[in-house]
Design a protein around this ligand. Structure first.
Ligand code: GUN
Length: 321
C-alpha cells in the first residue's frame, strides 16, 4: 500500500483483508489537534517577533445557554494558550439587533482583532445571517461569510477562510493521503452549508472525484461503497455500517449523536457518530472515532484560521496545516 500515513498518533485494530489480518488505523483527533495547536503557537510567536503583531481573537456570545458558554470558554482558554490576545464579549439575551451589529462593527474596525466569532445559535429574536454577513470576510474565522464560501467554491484558498469542521476533517485526509487526491473517489454524505458543501469543495480542490450524497440519494450504501474517502455528516446515529464501506477506505465521521445507554445505568447516554465504528473498522483502513476524532479539531482550526488571518493582515505568509 502506498498510502502515506503521517498522522501524529494512531491506534491499531485488526481487520481482515482477504486471507490476511491487517491493521486498521484509528485517527486520534486529540493528538492531531495538539499538533495543529503547536504550529499555531510557533506561528503566533514568530509573527509577534517579526512584525510586532499580537494575534487577536474576539468571541461574542449572546444569552446564557450553558452549552454555548462552555464552548466559548474553551475557545477563549485555547486562544490564551496559543498566545493570542483573547477577548470575550458576553451580551444579555435581550440584546437588540442594532446593539449586536454595533459591536461587530467596532470589532471589524479594531486592528488588534484579527478573528471574530459570534457564537451560534443566537437568541431567536436576532437575525444570525445578517450578523454573520456583517463580519469582515478577512476576520470571519468561522468561514461562514458568503465571500469565504465563494472563495472556497472558486478554489481560492490563498485569501479565503475555510470553516473549521471541514478544515479539520481535511487535515486528516491530507495526513492520510497527502496533498493530491488524484484518482481517488470521495463521497460526502450530507449537503449542509456548514459542512457537506465546503467539505466536498475541499476534496474537489485536492483533485478527488467527489460525490455529494444525501437523504434523497438512490441506493446510498452502493454509492458509499465506491468511496476511497467516505465522510459522514448526516446526524443519524451509526447509520454507516461495514457493508457501506469499500475495503481499505478512509472513513471520517463528523456526526455527534447522543443516544440512550441503558448498559451504563438508567437514564444514561453516550455519544456516537454517524458511523457504526466497531463494525466499519473491520473494513476501513483508516477511521475516526466519536468522540475523539473530528471534534477536537474544530477549536484547533479556529485557532489556525485566526493566526492565518493575523499573518495576512500583517502582510506575512501564513502557516499551512
Ligand atoms: N456553535 C456551535 N458550533 C459553532 C461554531 O463552529 N461556530 C459558531 N459561530 N457557533 C457555533
Amino acid at each position: 500500500m502506498d498510502r502515506q500515513i503521517a498522522l501524529s498518533a494512531i491506534r491499531y485494530n485488526e481487520r481482515k483483508q482477504g486471507q490476511e489480518t491487517v491493521l486498521t488505523t484509528v485517527i486520534d483527533g486529540k493528538q492531531v489537534a495538539a499538533s495543529v495547536i503547536e504550529t499555531v503557537k510557533a506561528a503566533t510567536s514568530a509573527l509577534d517577533k517579526q512584525s510586532g503583531v499580537k494575534t487577536g481573537l474576539a468571541v461574542v456570545i449572546v444569552g446564557d445557554d450553558p452549552a454555548s458558554h462552555a464552548y466559548v470558554n474553551s475557545k477563549g482558554k485555547m486562544a490564551k494558550e496559543c498566545g493570542f490576545k483573547s477577548v470575550q464579549h458576553t451580551l444579555p439575551a435581550e440584546t437588540t439587533q442594532e446593539e449586536l451589529a454595533a459591536l461587530v462593527a467596532t470589532l471589524n474596525s479594531d486592528p488588534s482583532i484579527h478573528g471574530i466569532l459570534v457564537q451560534l445559535p443566537l437568541p431567536k429574536h436576532l437575525k444570525s445571517e445578517l450578523i454573520i454577513q456583517s463580519i469582515l470576510p478577512e476576520k470571519d474565522v468561522d468561514g461562514l461569510h458568503v465571500v469565504n464560501a465563494g472563495k472556497l467554491a472558486t478554489g481560492d484558498l490563498e485569501t479565503g477562510l475555510v470553516s473549521c469542521t471541514p478544515a479539520g476533517a481535511m487535515v486528516f485526509v491530507r495526513r492520510t493521503h497527502g496533498e493530491d487526491l488524484s484518482g481517488l473517489n470521495a463521497v460526502v454524505i450530507g449537503r449542509s452549508n456548514l459542512f457537506g458543501k465546503p467539505m466536498a469543495q475541499l476534496l474537489l480542490n485536492a483533485n478527488a472525484t467527489v460525490t455529494i450524497a444525501h437523504s434523497r440519494t438512490k441506493d446510498l450504501p452502493a454509492v458509499c461503497r465506491n468511496a476511497d474517502i467516505l465522510v459522514a455528516a448526516v446526524g443519524r446515529p451509526e447509520m454507516v455500517r461495514s457493508d457501506w464501506v469499500k475495503p481499505g477506505a478512509t472513513v471520517i465521521d463528523v456526526g455527534i449523536n447522543r443516544i440512550p445507554a441503558p448498559e451504563k445505568g438508567e437514564g444514561k447516554t453516550r455519544l456516537v457518530g454517524d458511523v457504526a465504528f466497531e463494525d466499519a473498522a473491520k473494513v476501513a483502513a483508516v477511521i475516526t472515532p466519536v468522540p475523539g476524532g473530528v471534534g477536537p479539531m474544530t477549536i484547533a482550526m479556529l485557532m489556525a484560521n485566526t493566526v492565518i488571518a493575523a499573518h495576512r493582515a500583517a502582510g506575512q505568509t501564513p502557516p499551512t496545516f
